[in-house]
Design a protein around this ligand. Sequence first.
Ligand code: GLA
Length: 694
Amino acid sequence: MSLDQSEVTTRGASAGTAVPAPSAAPATRSWPGGTRQLRYGGDYNPEQWPRHVWLEDIALMQQAGINLVSIGIFSWALLEPRDGEFDFTFLDDILDLLASSGIDVDLGTPTAAPPAWFWAKYPQARPVTRDGVTLGHGSRGMASPSSPDYRRHAVRITGELARRYAGHPALRMWHVHNEYGAPISECYSEQSVLAFRRWLSKRYGSLEALNAAWGTTFWGQRYGAWDEVDAPRLSATVVNPAHRLDFKRFTSDALLECYVLERDVIRQHTPDLPVTTNFMATSCPSLDYWSWAREVDVVANDHYLTAERTDNHVLLALDADFTRSLAGGRPWMLMEHSTSAVNWQPRNIAKRPGEMLRNSLAHVARGADAVMFFQFRASRFGAEKFHSAMVPHQGTDSRIFREVTELGRTLGRASAVRGSTVPARVAILWDTESFWAQDLEWRPSVDLDHRERIEAYYTALWQRNVTVDFAHPEQGLGRYDLVLAPALYAVSPTARLNLESYVAEGGNLVVSFFSGIVDDHDTVPAGGHPGQLRDVLGLTVAEWLPLREHETVTLDDGSTADVWAEDLELHGAQPHTAYRSGPAAGKPAVTVNAYGRGTAWYISTRPAAAALDALLGEALAAAGIPDGPSGHGVEIVSRTADGTAFTFVLNHTDADAPLPVGGTDLVSGATVAAGDPLAAGGSAVVEHRQQTAQ
Ligand code: GLA
């Protein structure tokens, strides 16, 4: 997703009441068949090239070990040049060529870019932004997700494709649309408003229930008829937060309906082939992927480094761990990443030698069984001509193409990894609806940032080589020895009971400040904060004490903290650390509560990184979870299957580092021993017997 795109995208969306569960695809459809190899390839856009280049491309794909390409993603105008007139000449040709070359196809449905004739003929389908701007043609992006004209045409072209290519020997799977949620998410068109009212009527059943859920007695917002209910467009001042939250849920649901409509027409023609769409796991603010993951046959994800951040490899790991969690622990596809720089960040930093290999293997380490790129050959024209590719503008006599070919060989050697799983004993709670609610206006401090807290907690565990799953707060947590809630502002009644029973049954829970504050309607429960979590934490907050910008406070262990402090009253919890300075001086800062057979920790401030690391080290020890020495910058994570472990060791530092285990290194092909040096910037995948794994 480009920054441009995210500017156009209005924030929002989700799917009603998430009942998170791993996606439940039947085994026959859960993975593109045809090979036991890891999948390797990328988006391929042959329509941008004359046919003789296709032949060259296919030879290069074979040279690089590519076995899967995604095609047709933006081809609607070519495939349906006029409303209802189809021309599949180009697709027939390229599919036949790929089939005869042994390269499988992940066939795109082109519905992320309707043709010019569609926009001209159906102007009422154009998306409208929150501030009332109607978007036009000329880039890419679907029409209003609730437009009946858009949906009808999207299903028709998809059905035509599915009918035509069912049974084609190249076709292995379906790639519906492209990155739902970007660039179009919230839409304020008249058609969206009508659909929103229908969604609300289904959710609440009556206007009385809606008025109660939204608290419309506040500021006299009561609705007396359904057609008085509008999308939460810009208003004189802050719009009712419960109204906005529901519009975000509606938006995610409306987009998901579009996906399901296409998927279902595909299934009529190719019932045994997997259907998916490419997620942007932690970087799409408008979709509740817990709901989406249940509807895809295999979870597929696009990931691009935040290139400027020097810890971007940690963020990559976070994104990959979240993707694996969406997949219910099953292998997933890295559908897109980049060989080097993208073209849409403020400064498009190029990857250095070895970095693309480390990035690719980091995704595989965390459960990906496919490594795909955007895109195969760099475009000469259009908005993305400065984006890196597998075949760069410089051609094949280039570092990038040599690394692409080497990566193909490495993935070929590492194919035994396919199907293995990634064990994790720690979970971080991730609730998109809570994030939406927290991000609305008029919160107690602009420094309350859920993403920042999650990254901080995740980073502390990454530095200790502790593998983490992400979990929804309503899902079963019993398999985890430690659960972290770094930022869980909104907690539904179901989640509250779930967290209480997790701890009561012996779990270890660590909760950070500004969690459990409201329910799923953004309503404060009766009594003091944190209403939804005060029983399990054994405390209440007498007063929030947000700190000034750059203000720090000292705790009685000598550490410092910033952003936030609280005046806590303990009702059973024991003090662990106290504030020594600042507005809460003398009061507890960190507490521990015995609850049933388990323990709940509460951290009421934002500790400096070293202090947070020490606290999480204590929690890991209390939960009996082994960890590594913190801060050495070498990523170590294992996949396991049938007594075999694959330990991925990725050296992100400038110095050699000792391998933690011996065995066969699938990167070099050599036999290695524990303690052997792994070169600065190097990668190893050590296959060994499982009992020697960490
Ligand atoms: C997204 C899109 C691709 C391409 C890349 C560029 O992931 O899906 O079509 O635009 O971004 O980084």
